[in-house]
Every structure is written in C-alpha cells, then in structure tokens.
Ligand binder design. Structure first.
Ligand SMILES: C[S@@+](CC[C@H](N)C(=O)[O-])C[C@H]1O[C@@H](n2cnc3c(N)ncnc32)[C@H](O)[C@@H]1O
Length: 389
C-alpha cells in the first residue's frame, strides 16, 4: 500500500501548481490551465477533508486533471475513463513522460464509453476495485466522481452514477454543452416522472411546469437547446466581424430553408470555397460549395437541384440588400443575450433534480454550485458539487 500522506499539508499554493503545469504543458491554453488548477485544488481540498483516496475522472481526455491531482497528492488512486481510444493512449504516454514512476501504479486510464446503466456501472466498479486491490485496499473504498467539461450526456451519467453507486460519496462535475438534446419519440411510454427529452432528466418542479404547457410553453426544445449554444464571450468584437458572421449565418439559414421535408444540409468539411469570384459571392454557387445536401432517410448525399435554385432566388428577393445578413446577426444577438438565462435555468434544474432524486432514495445530500473559474477566462465557470452526508 502506498504511504498515506496528510493531504492538507501537501497542498501547494496555486502558483506552484501553475508553474508545474506551465512547464510541462506548453501546449495547454491558459483557459485549460486555469480550469485544471482551480478544479484540482477544489477536489483536493474536499478529498483531504473527507479522507477520500479513490477518484474516478469521467471523460478524462488527455488526463490533465488526473495529473494535476496526482501532483497535489501522490497517493491518490485515480481511474480515468475515456471513450476515445487515442486520448486514452495519449493520457498514458503523458503519465509516463511527465510524472514520476509511482504514478503508473496510481493512475489507471481505461477506454470506456460511460453510460448510467447497470453494465457500465459494473465495469466501472470492476476497474475501481482492481485499482484499490492492487494497492492492498478493500473494494468499496469511499470514492469521488469528477469531470471537467463533461459534455453531452456525460454529466447526466455522472449524476446518476453518483446517486446509484453507494461507494461514491461526492461529485465534482463541470457540465459542458449538451447539444444532443432530443425529444422522446411519441411511441415512448410517458409516465408522470419521465422527462419529455431523451436522457435529460428534469426536476419534479420543471417537469410539472412543462406539462402545464399552456402557461409556460417556452420550456420547449428550442429554449433548452439555446442553453447549450456558445457563450457570449465569443460574441464578435467589431462591425466587420459582425457583418461576416451575419453573412455566414444567413447563408446557413438559406441552405436549410431550401430543403424539402426529407432533406437536410451539413457544412462541407472543406467548406471554404477555393476560388470564389466576386460575382459568385452570396450566390447559389457559393451555397453549393459550402453546403452538402443529404437524404434524411438514407443519409446519402444528394445533388442540389433546379428547384432549390428557384427557392434561393425567391428568398433572396425578400431579403435583398444585405437585409438577410443583418437579420441573421440580429437573431444571433438575441440568442446570445438569452443564452445565459437558459443555461442558468438548466444548471439550476440539475441541482433540483439531484435533490429530488436523493429524497426519493432517502439519501441525505448537500448539493451546490460554486463559481470556481474566472468568468473572463472560462465563461462556463460553475462547478456542480454534491456530497452524500
Ligand atoms: C470536452 S472533453 C474534456 C476532456 C477533459 N476532461 C479535459 O477537460 O481536458 C470531453 C471528453 O469526454 C469524453 N466523453 C464524452 N462522452 C463520454 C462518455 N459517455 N464516456 C466516456 N467519455 C466520454 C470525450 O471523448 C472527451 O474526451
């Protein structure tokens, strides 16, 4: 068993962590460094207080957070789970390259696509038990689940795993975008406790509000999706950038508007038209070069047809003289202004959902958000922290 060190006495000051990170991770941006440093410090503080030694990092990516934690206390047992095999490999290589030899026994990266179901849970428990046993400890050690930028369904799975795995005592999760948000199919059986969205749990309060839809019909898919758009910090800074962005957005809206019911468009991978003459700018030709048409049924690519070009001309007449571009940018402005409100509502509802679910299981829980990051550096700055009492 690795020697137990007193975590509290080992905690270096933030600047020490930063120096270490900066030396070893020249390619990591300031934003990421800031997030890792702040989140690792917070998790470490909590683990020291609760004597938690086993940490499961969900969506561990290249392993930055696990590395920072190991540097704060070198006898943490850290299980990094990541769906992308290449990232798992890179994380292992970084561990060999940048950390002392003993880290290879303490940090274990596994390829795992995490879900909240029983199979995924059993595999996670298996990995965690193996790691604990390899250090002479019994399975079922008090465990913390953590995650930085747990995107799409991952933050939801993290919350459910936290609730359903008795040995997991705490959760520190920094949710990210959840662009997958989809409506349940009409054939799904709905009960009074199911959410109308797929894998997007709601608190009792919000679910009731949504089902009383006549008065609060705004909590629909567009509202929820708005919560996951890019943050206002990316809002363009000058009029040229706005004009350019408005043009792109208008072109994108046009491409969508030209489609038949069974068609959809996607941006071409190499969507910058190579040689675009001045007269081709804003033309149907440019649109064809930027966007690929697909069949919704088969997923196969389709050719743009004459009927699309006719629609392009008709719509173009309605939004001529740059009106379309200005309108598109104005709508983006509205979206950017509302985005934070929508996101805060979803974040707050996650907290309420955890409380409701815990009450249903007679679990005593302390749950809160902490604004852990500097909003100027990292606009998604709230970390969800939950602790079983
Ligand atoms: C935005 S990245 C964050 C990576 C890392 N935590 C960091 O902050 O550097 C999200 C990571 O989660 C992984 N991921 C997303 N969903 C996952 C899932 N269901 N199971 C495992 N990994 C997942 C992605 O492959 C990606 O590496």
């Amino acid at each position: 068993m690795a020697p137990q060190q007193n975590a509290a006495t080992l905690s270096p000051c933030a600047s020490q962590v930063k120096t270490k990170c900066s030396n070893q991770n020249r390619k990591i941006g300031l934003k990421k460094l800031h997030e890792i440093e702040q989140l690792a410090g917070k998790i470490h503080e909590h683990c020291a207080e609760t004597q938690t030694q086993l940490i499961i990092d969900l969506g561990s990516g290249l392993g930055y957070l696990s590395e920072a934690l190991f540097k704060l206390r070198n006898n943490y047992l850290i299980l990094g789970l990541e769906a992308d095999e290449q990232r798992v490999e890179s994380a292992r290589k970084r561990c060999q390259k940048f950390l002392p030899q003993e880290a290879l026994n303490s940090i274990s990266y596994k390829k795992e696509f995490i879900k909240a179901d029983a199979n995924s849970r059993a595999r996670i428990e298996g990995y965690a038990s193996k790691l604990a046993q390899s250090h002479g400890m019994l399975p079922g050690l008090d465990t913390a689940i953590i995650g930085l930028h747990a995107c799409a369904d991952l933050s939801i799975s993290a919350m459910i795993l936290f609730l359903t795995m008795p040995q997991v005592r705490s959760l520190h999760i920094m949710p990210c975008c959840y662009h997958k948000l989809a409506l349940r199919s009409e054939n799904d059986t709905m009960t009074s406790t199911t959410s109308p969205f797929v894998n997007f749990p709601l608190s009792n309060g919000l679910r009731n509000a949504i089902s009383a839809a006549t008065s609060v019909g705004c909590f629909n898919r567009p509202f929820m999706r708005l919560a996951c758009q890019e943050t206002s910090s990316r809002w363009r800074k000058d009029s040229f950038a706005h004009a350019d962005h408005g043009r792109q957005m208008y072109m994108r809206a046009l491409a969508n508007a030209l489609c038949d019911v069974e068609e959809l468009v996607k941006v071409k991978v190499c969507s910058k038209p190579a040689l675009l003459s001045l007269e081709d700018r804003d033309s149907f030709n440019e649109l064809q070069q930027r966007y690929q048409l697909y069949s919704q049924q088969t997923g196969n690519p389709l050719d743009w047809r004459h009927v699309h070009e006719e629609r392009f001309i008709q719509i173009g007449k309605r939004y001529s003289d740059g009106r379309g571009c200005r309108l598109a940018e104005a709508l983006c402005c509205l979206q950017t202004s509302m985005q934070k409100l929508c996101e805060n509502l979803v974040l707050y509802d996650r907290l309420c959902f955890l409380k409701d679910a815990a009450a249903g299981q007679q679990l005593q829980l302390e749950v809160r958000y902490e604004k852990l990051f500097d909003e100027q550096i990292s606009p998604r700055c709230h970390v969800l922290i939950a602790k079983k009492l």
